[in-house]
Design a protein around this ligand. Structure first.
Ligand code: SAH
Length: 349
């Protein structure tokens, strides 16, 4: 069977090259072709001797996901890329160009098992985990399309990263690898719906990454209505885990809070939220919900958003209201893929 070189970092490639009796410096050359120059055909790797290229053709391959669709919005500030994987699965990656640099939002699973009522990615359940190489391919798709450096990555696309723990950790190491993308851990955010034991595990990993928790409610009653996972883990335990994360990593935790008209946006909700987190150093990311024809939820009006935000700020909480980047391209989790599937008669999943 041919060895797939895609996704191997320099160390792994060096071992493989050496085990196959080639000089180890060839690994660095292959690495540069694959990840810096986006060359995947061995025949085009002209720095390698012909004899090695022929040997590679017979013994190795580069199985890299392909870009099948791509759309931009917000004057080109947001681009969504749809990748097709080896088994036909489709994966969405969102690229956002901010003033401080480019940020890429990565999917970690095909589908999702979490069942959150506002989320398009979970409507058909979980199909499978993505491998670390498939996550890496999403970053390289960005480089291929834009040929620009990536400043930060957020694991906030389709899927629950902490349910795909080992692949996610391996992916983070690859993204940080200076021979691959050299992205600082400090510029990486992992977003979870609050799988408590995995938050402790991540804290003990000792990586200075930012943890974002999709809280979306100030208490268990409301949270149970929005996130089924909340029946397994009490909100108090989620906050306790967030506190542990801060103590271990000294990284301020982000709480994501989707604002849904009539559900979680009144004054009492905001007051209760402040009491819940207490003095924990944290940042609130308020996100007006993005509805679709399938998800009948509506954002509150701007006045209500601002008064919710003001209560948090009056309690000394740092908040941002997420800009509705990418609305016209259906950037919220899973929405583009859904649209693409509806418009194509193909067998994608
Ligand atoms: N499973 C992880 C990561 C995927 S969802 C988690 O739960 O955090 C990540 C984020 O996508 C959510 O917190 C929310 O900010 C956003 N999101 C999903 N569906 C949305 C919608 N319909 N409108 C607005 N934001 C949405």
């Amino acid at each position: 069977m041919k060895t797939n070189l895609w996704g191997m970092g320099l160390e792994e490639l060096t071992v493989w090259v050496r085990n196959n009796n080639w000089p180890s410096f060839r690994a660095k050359q292959i690495c540069d072709y694959l990840y810096k120059r986006h060359i995947i055909s061995f025949d085009e790797m002209k720095q390698l001797p012909q004899i090695m290229r022929t040997w590679l053709e017979e013994n190795a391959c580069v199985e890299k996901p392909v870009i099948v669709n791509q759309i931009s919005a917000d004057d080109g500030k947001t681009t969504k890329i749809l990748l097709k994987l080896k088994d036909g699965s489709l994966v969405e990656t969102v690229c956002m160009h901010h003033e401080y640099g480019n940020s890429v939002c990565i999917s970690t699973q095909v589908g999702c098992a979490m069942g959150c009522i506002f989320c398009a990615s979970t409507q058909k359940g979980l199909f499978r985990n993505l491998s670390s190489e498939e996550m890496l391919a999403q970053l390289f798709a960005f480089s291929e399309v834009f040929n620009m450096p990536i400043h930060s990555i957020v694991l906030m696309g389709a899927g629950e990263p902490l349910q795909n723990y080992n692949h996610v950790i391996r992916f983070l190491h690859m993204a940080n690898d200076k021979n691959l993308l050299n992205i600082s851990y400090r510029n990486i955010t992992v977003s979870t719906c609050g799988i408590v034991p995995q938050i402790y595990k991540l804290a003990d990993e000792g990586l200075p990454i930012t943890l974002a928790i999709s809280l979306h409610a100030p208490n268990d009653v409301i949270r149970n209505e929005l996130l089924p996972i909340s029946r397994n883990y009490k909100i108090e335990d989620v906050i306790r885990a967030a506190r542990y994360y801060f103590t271990k990593t000294k990284r301020r935790v982000t709480f994501e809070y989707i604002l849904i008209q009539g559900k979680n946006t009144d004054k009492e909700n905001a007051e209760e939220l402040c009491r819940l987190v207490g003095k924990l150093p944290c940042h609130f990311n308020l996100i007006p919900v993005n509805g679709t024809e399938h998800i009948h939820l509506y954002p509150p009006d701007i006045k209500e958003i601002r008064s919710f935000q003001k209560i948090l700020m009056d309690h000394g909480k740092e908040t941002t209201v997420r800009k509705q980047m990418g609305d016209e391209i259906q950037a919220a989790c899973g929405q583009l893929k859904r649209r693409f599937l509806e418009n194509s008669k193909s067998v994608f999943r």
